[in-house]
Design a protein around this ligand. Structure first.
Ligand code: SF4
Length: 471
């Protein structure tokens, strides 16, 4: 299974993998696989092209190895956008499923594995949020599924906003909220199995509960209910549309201890003229007002954002406005991209397209500025105390044991480098003291909360020393 794109795709793939495992399928290497599942993204042109090259790679490999019966399944936004044309171009593609079809994909894969002549398309949108089968939520089927300390849970599908540049409403359909009882059930099950941090996912989670598919629970009420789940220590959510962030949710950054002080709030442009053309339905004054209210509720909140550079008609002045907004808000980090036409969107038909070299030049300036701002913010953490959730072994070379050095027994602690995140979402690498893993079971320190003191900062992460017993 290969997954492209956003965290919603990653979460969909995880659930699909669990459902397939419960049906008796096994994960295997690329070479040994009989079934290839590609979960795709078409939010920009580049990830879409990567999907086509991955499908080409699979087709070539199967041809070279004479794997005539290999089954290729394509899910996600490219499947929804290209539809049957994908199966015509790559004949081994026998299953197409969109965001709403994933719930029925495991059963379809079982049928396709039995019958090599069958082809199935699950691309239609459904009226309600379809609950996919998840063995973690099925009594008696919970053993044998590994749960990470930090996990993602889908709370809605689709989006109704139709921003001018965005393909999501066309590929994932209209907004559909998941029932709160199902979300709570999945989160309880994950927490019982060791998850300590949950990130709620949706294209615009702030609009959760505003459609007819939920059960009347608002997003603010959902956050309150989830913060009472035993064992669940941290809550995050992504992505937020600024126009839908309610005062009730904003206030919870100040009074809900489970809600982490980090928020991704896509700005997209710092120019009111461009925001209007994008159809974002807020201006920079409203955005700044929102960030002020968030900082009033939680002064140390870390804000992150998305910025599109080179939107049709973006002048030098518009771009400078975006740069000024980065300076005024002070983001911890920003995902920034060059605009690319997406088929069927309004912006694809807009005049005054920006040349790629000019857009790339602007992007480089913006990224350079933000990178330096991010580094300054990380350096400002040096000397502070924090608690990190240990997620796994660190890959930081200077923290790893030298070749030939005595490594601690597997299970963690005692000289091995670990990595975790602070509530603000900063990555911290640390070598826990020997014996720190003693009270923990065989997973070692994975999932433990470790007090640290920050000693130094790298470009994108921090280095800390242990400052107390893990718990
Ligand atoms: S709110 Fe987000 S997902 Fe929805 S249309 Fe706008 S950019 Fe796309």
């Amino acid at each position: 299974m290969r997954t492209f794109g956003c965290r919603m795709n990653a979460a969909d793939s995880d659930r699909l993998a669990r459902a397939l495992t419960a049906r008796g399928f096994q994960e295997s290497s690329f070479e040994d696989a009989g079934i290839y599942i590609v979960n795709t993204c078409s939010v920009r042109d580049k990830p879409e092209q990567k999907v086509y090259s991955e499908l080409g790679r699979i087709a070539e490999y199967c041809k070279a190895q004479k794997k005539k019966d290999a089954l290729v399944c394509v899910g996600g936004c490219v499947a929804a956008q290209a539809g049957e044309k994908l199966a015509e171009r790559f004949p081994q593609v026998r299953l197409l499923f969109g965001g709403d079809g994933i719930a029925r994909a495991p059963e379809a894969i079982s049928r396709l594995a039995e019958d090599p002549r069958l082809r199935i398309s699950l691309l239609e949108f459904s009226e309600t949020y379809e609950e996919p089968f998840d063995p973690l939520c099925a009594p008696g089927l919970r053993d044998g599924f590994d749960v990470a300390p930090s996990v993602f849970v889908n709370i809605m599908q689709g989006c109704d906003n139709y921003c001018a540049y965005c393909i999501v409403p066309f590929t994932r359909g209209r907004r559909k909220s998941r029932k709160a009882a199902a979300i709570l059930g999945e989160c309880r099950s994950l927490a019982e199995r060791g998850a300590r941090e949950i990130t709620l996912l949706g294209q615009n989670v702030n609009a959760y509960g505003l459609d007819d598919c939920g059960d009347g629970t608002s997003f603010a009420e959902l956050l309150r209910a989830l913060s009472a789940v035993p064992g669940l220590l941290r809550l995050r959510f992504v992505t937020s549309h600024p126009k839908d962030l309610s005062p009730e949710v904003t206030a919870q950054f100040g009074d809900n201890p489970a809600l982490c002080p980090r928020l991704h709030l896509p700005l997209q442009s710092g120019s009111d003229r461009i925001l209007k053309a994008m159809g974002r339905r807020y201006d920079t004054a409203a955005y700044l007002d929102l960030t002020e209210r968030l900082r009033k509720a939680r002064p140390d909140i870390a804000l992150t954002t998305d910025v599109i550079v080179g939107f049709p008609g973006e002048t030098d002045e518009d771009f400078e406005d975006s740069m000024r907004m980065l300076g005024r808000v002070g983001f911890a980090s920003a995902f920034s991209f060059v605009y690319s036409d997406r088929p069927g969107t309004r912006a694809a038909g807009f005049p005054d397209k920006i040349s790629r070299p000019l857009a790339l030049e602007r992007l480089a300036r913006l990224q350079d500025y933000q990178e330096k701002a991010g580094e300054r913010l990380l350096r400002s953490r040096i000397g502070t105390a924090d608690v990190i959730l240990l997620e796994g072994r660190s890959r930081m070379p200077e923290l790893l044991p030298a070749p030939g050095a005595c490594a601690a027994p597997s299970g963690g602690g005692g000289g091995e480098a670990w990595t975790g995140r602070t509530p603000h979402g900063f990555i911290v690498n640390v070598v826990p003291e020997k014996g720190s893993d003693a009270p923990f079971a065989e997973g070692g320190l994975r999932g433990a909360m470790l007090p640290v003191r920050i000693e130094s900062a790298a470009r994108r992460s921090l280095k800390g020393v242990q400052a107390g017993r893990p718990w």
